[in-house]
Ligand binder design. Structure first.
Ligand code: 5RP
Length: 234
């Protein structure tokens, strides 16, 4: 295991300590969340009663393979706790998410949870968001027109760079679990995340963007020296 992966596992183990019997849990997506789902599988195997909502088909498959009981937000519209990874977080607990392409379901699940707690290795900590290209989920219809409007909004908040259509490993257009496309917006730095979020929300054709603002209550961040908590776990 690489040292980054060890840190991800350490953060996930710390988050697993927050899980108690009877909880309704949101399960994140990505390599960090995967460790957390493994810990949840162990808890279920040892008899803990949990009901979980996965944030992607990938996480659903993993959870099913571990015998974790799943539900939906239709059956269980409010969750106690969601644990998920992030591509970046800043000192105000604002996040960039969507590197794994699951940002839409991730945001819906986080918003349905009393608490969202992020798990991450130290490389995700930044003082200003934007080194990671911001993913924006869009409707396939009208792609070029939507892209132009996104370009106007990102330029208006001082970001350089242009949205790029995400491709999969085969070089084909990446399709999200909800059948949409993703535009990745490289910038270097996002000086005004709130203004950017507002601007993007108002563009027809944008389904959701990867800025998570006001959702995370705490970040559990790990490195070879240990685990830090930023924010409030309780
Ligand atoms: C998926 C996500 C992930 O949480 C994010 O990409 C972090 O992934 P990893 O834990 O593999 O670094 O937002 O849409």
């Amino acid at each position: 295991m690489s040292s980054a992966d060890e840190a991800k596992r350490k953060a996930a183990a710390k988050a697993a300590e927050l899980v108690t019997s009877g909880m309704r849990l949101g399960l994140g997506t990505g390599s960090t969340a995967k460790h957390f789902v493994d810990f949840i599988g162990e808890k279920v195997k040892s008899g803990m009663d949990l009901l979980c909502v996965p944030t992607s088909e990938q996480t659903r498959q993993q959870a099913l393979s571990l015998g974790i009981k799943l539900t939906t937000l239709d059956e269980t519209p409010e969750l106690d706790l969601t644990i998920d990874g992030a591509d970046e977080f800043d000192p105000s607990l604002r996040l960039i998410k969507g590197g794994g392409g699951a940002l839409l379901r991730e945001k819906i699940v986080a918003a349905a949870s009393k608490r969202m707690i992020v798990i991450a290795d130290r490389s995700k900590q930044v003082s200003v968001l934007g080194q990671f290209p911001l993913p924006i989920e869009v409707i396939p219809f009208g792609l070029e027109a939507t892209k132009r409007r996104i370009q106007k909004v990102i330029s208006a908040v001082g970001m350089r760079g242009s949205p790029k259509l995400r491709l999969n490993a085969k070089g084909e257009t990446f399709i999200t679990d909800e059948g949409h496309y993703i535009l990745d917006c490289p910038s270097g730095s996002i000086a005004y995340p709130d203004a950017l979020a507002n601007g993007l929300q108002n563009i027809p054709g944008v389904v959701e963007h990867g800025l998570f603002i006001g959702l995370a209550k705490a970040i559990i961040v790990a490195d070879p020296n240990g685990v830090d908590i930023i924010g409030e776990l309780g």
